[in-house]
Design a protein around this ligand. Structure first.
Ligand code: FAD
Length: 322
């Protein structure tokens, strides 16, 4: 019996979230006195998982799985869980993992808890703290099924180094045509930008920027910090920015280490999407803007004066520390 963790990769490289779910799985394994097995699909740098407490990797290599397919990937993880007799399966909360989770739970006849933020407590049943109501509250959820699937909220547990001696094993799940009943024909992604989901830092801007022509400095700040860019809903509704950048209750949720909000008022629908971010910095001319109440750091000032100075200082800092 071991804890099974699905460690996601992109273009053959394990994602940052893979190390976080591995760290979390190791935490559960320690509580339950067992080991951690990871399952990877077409990933190359699997040996790095040994830094985060993984004892064994089941490596799946298959051209048929080169594009994500929720049904087929759920089948792979199910077969891995059965092989390892895993009672707990950990996944991330990436868009793909969220899409796959219900299929996986059905295949394993498991209870599924999404958006977990802490290790489970085991003294009275199996209880997991998770975020609820678009991150405005926490709830304690109890799972009583024999097998449990946990979706770990991104950036909630962090990376915990835990050196292990890793064994690697090729794994050949049996997949039939039925597992590929729905296929993705193509995925268009922005190639030259950091995606909001993977970014450590997100620079977000709102209607305070006055117009799309002023986004140059937002892009420049994002470039200096290797950050993703985002925006408020009206900004994407007006076509100033693509809809994929809109953050909030009706847009993308952001659970990043640093979220810088520039010229965004901080309406509740926007805050609903960013409350899981660790450090929130707000730049706004209005000291009464609601965003300041949710912020860790705030600058009352005109973005057109503050942001260029910030860029200059950050460039200076980088030059002196490279
Ligand atoms: C059902 C529903 C769902 C919604 N979902 C979302 C959602 O998912 N995401 C979302 O963002 N919104 C959402 N909204 C809209 C939300 O209520 C707000 O209208 C929106 O977030 C406001 O966007 P904003 O802060 O960019 O603009 P504004 O409210 O116009 O605020 C602009 C801010 O910029 C500041 N400012 C102005 N000039 C400057 C300057 N030069 N420098 C610095 N600051 C300046 C102002 O002081 C102000 O605080 C939703 C609304 C509804 C009803």
């Amino acid at each position: 019996m071991s804890i099974l963790v699905y460690t996601e990769s992109e273009n053959g490289k394990l994602k940052k979230a893979a190390y976080e779910v591995a760290s979390y799985a190791k935490g559960i394994a320690d509580l339950m006195g067992t080991s951690v097995t990871a399952v990877t699909v077409n990933a190359e740098n699997v040996e790095e998982l040994s830094q985060y407490g993984v004892d064994k990797v089941l490596k799946v290599s298959s051209d048929k799985l080169s594009k994500f397919n929720a049904d087929a990937y759920a089948e792979v993880i199910t077969q891995a869980a059965k092989k390892e007799d895993s009672k707990v399966v950990v996944i991330s909360q990436s868009a793909n993992a969220k899409y796959m989770a219900p299929l996986l739970a059905v295949d394993l006849e498991a209870g599924y808890v999404s958006n977990a933020v802490k290790l489970p407590t085991l003294d009275e049943g199996f209880n997991v703290e998770r975020t609820a109501f678009t991150n405005k509250a926490f709830s304690m959820t109890s799972i009583s099924t024999d097998i449990k699937v946990l979706g770990l909220s991104n950036n909630s547990y962090g990376l915990k180094e835990n050196e292990s001696s890793l064994t690697q094993e090729e794994f050949f799940p049996e997949l039939t045509d039925e597992n590929f009943g729905i296929t993705v024909e193509s995925v268009d992604k922005n190639k030259d930008k950091v995606s909001i989901a993977d970014a450590e830092v997100v620079i977000s801007a709102g209607r305070g920027m006055k117009g799309p022509e002023n986004w140059g400095m937002i892009e420049e700040l994002a470039g200096v910090l290797n950050a993703a860019t985002a925006c408020s809903k009206p900004v994407s509704d007006m076509g100033w920015r693509p809809h994929g950048e809109h953050v909030g209750q009706t847009g993308k949720p952001v659970a990043t280490n640093l979220y810088i909000a520039i010229g965004i008022s901080g309406a509740i629908q926007h805050l609903a999407g960013i409350s899981a971010s660790k450090n929130k910095v707000v730049i706004n001319t209005d000291p009464e803007a609601p965003f300041f109440k949710a912020a860790d750091y705030g600058i009352v000032g005109d973005a057109f004066e503050v942001v260029p100075q910030l860029i200059e200082k950050l460039k200076e800092f980088k030059a002196n520390n490279s």
